[in-house]
Design a protein around this ligand. Structure first.
Ligand code: NAP
Ligand code: G4F
Length: 322
């Protein structure tokens, strides 16, 4: 019988890549999506005839119990979250409900229905926040700097707690930033690549950004979903840092993106205070040695190739008018 996996957050960036990855390996894929007034299947439109899409919500434990009872997955990947850091300052309680308590609701639903289900939690390098050491490993102390980071830290520890309390195969992937042409337009990489393409096509003249000195360890989303799957194939659950081990400032992202369309970024980027955060994470750089040694995982696509790929995808989409 084909293995069966449930993905929460299947309509998001990572959900779409993970669904592709699991389908290619012969899985039956169940996608949990929340009810919305318009369809949000844009990223999975090419897959919908091969997926089972079930409405449920991380805010509603009984909806997840029913889903688990009806579909009986062997693996659950919890990718659903309010995932935008800036929004978490404006909506801290909603972020806590979904991104923190939502994890407990899902773990508890699994405990009630079938504790042998293997569980993946989408933890984040935002938990390191005001970093205590460089680079960050699985042993680096946490110091979150946003309501989102605090919520993810709760999700991380409740995953560890269910593993230790109930012997569940529950793993936490501490993923550093990962991007793709499917990245949401509000995140800085896609904001820059989309606007560089739009400026090149004469659709606008400038783009407004916040902190150009912030540094991130940016990888390619399709590489990172592979690591999620590898974690659930191990005999023992665990926590793993997934990163490239290299960091770049937002300024360099701008240089590469505008270079890809033959423009000078300094002619088009405007700094605007509204995009600065009340508290910032200045320097994220991960050490993925444990994942390399134990999972055999390594990133395939480097930062510059990733940004150039995203610009090309945005140019092509804008030319097509989508
Ligand atoms: P994303 O594109 O923002 O996707 C988030 C997903 O969560 C969407 O499918 C969204 O559904 C769903 N969702 C939100 N609230 C929900 C609720 N109450 N019930 C059910 N589903 C809900 O995020 P992503 O970049 O794919 O990231 C995937 C996960 O990894 C997130 O948990 C994120 O916090 C975490 N993470 C991401 C990164 C990164 O760099 N991308 C790094 C570390 C950790 P709608 O489509 O309806 O909005
Ligand atoms: O692209 P960002 O919004 O991503 P951020 O805050 O690092 O969060 C992402 O990565 C986390 C992993 O570390 C995930 F957990 C989280 O879900 C999300 O996927 O911002 C990156 C940096 C920040 O320092 C921000 O201040 O870019 C800086 N920045 C500068 N100007 C900007 C802008 N960010 C955004 N979104 N928009 C700007 O105009």
């Amino acid at each position: 019988m084909a293995p069966k996996a449930l993905i929460t957050g299947i309509t998001g960036q990572d959900g779409s890549y993970l669904a592709e990855f699991l389908l290619a390996r012969g899985y039956d894929v169940i996608g949990l999506h929340r009810r919305t007034s318009t369809v949000t299947f844009e990223r999975i439109a090419h897959l919908t005839d091969r997926l089972t899409l079930v409405p449920a919500d991380l805010m509603d434990e009984s909806s997840m119990i029913r889903l688990l009872r009806d579909h009986r997955p062997g693996e659950v990947y919890n990718l659903a979250a309010q995932s935008f850091v800036q929004t978490s300052f404006a909506q801290p309680l909603l972020t806590g409900e979904v991104t923190a308590l939502g994890v407990t609701r899902l773990l508890d639903a699994i405990l009630l229905v079938d504790p042998s289900i293997r569980f993946y939690q989408a933890s984040s390098s935002e938990m390191f926040g005001k970093v205590v050491e460089v680079p960050q490993t699985e042993r680096t102390p946490f110091y979150p700097r946003s309501p989102y980071g605090v919520a993810k830290l709760y999700g991380h520890w409740i995953t560890v707690n269910y593993r230790e309390s109930y012997g569940m195969h529950a793993s936490s992937g501490i993923l550093f930033n990962h991007e793709s042409p499917r990245r949401g337009l509000e995140f800085v990489t896609r904001k820059v690549t989309f606007n560089a393409a739009a400026i090149k096509l004469g659709l606008q003249k400038s783009v407004s950004l916040g902190n150009l000195e912030a540094q991130r360890d940016w990888g390619f989303a399709a590489d990172y979903v592979h690591a999620m799957w590898l974690m659930l194939q191990q005999d023992e659950p665990g926590d793993y840092v997934i990163a490239t081990g290299q960091t770049h400032p937002v300024r360099e992202l701008c240089e590469i993106a505008f270079d890809q369309v033959g423009l000078d970024w300094e002619d088009h980027v405007v700094v605007d205070q509204q995009f600065f955060r009340p508290a910032e994470v200045d320097l994220l750089i991960g050490d993925p040695s444990k994942a390399t040694d134990q999972l055999g995982w390594k990133p395939e696509v480097g930062f510059e190739d990733l940004i150039r790929m995203m610009v090309d995808a945005d140019l092509a989409a804008l030319k097509k008018g989508s």
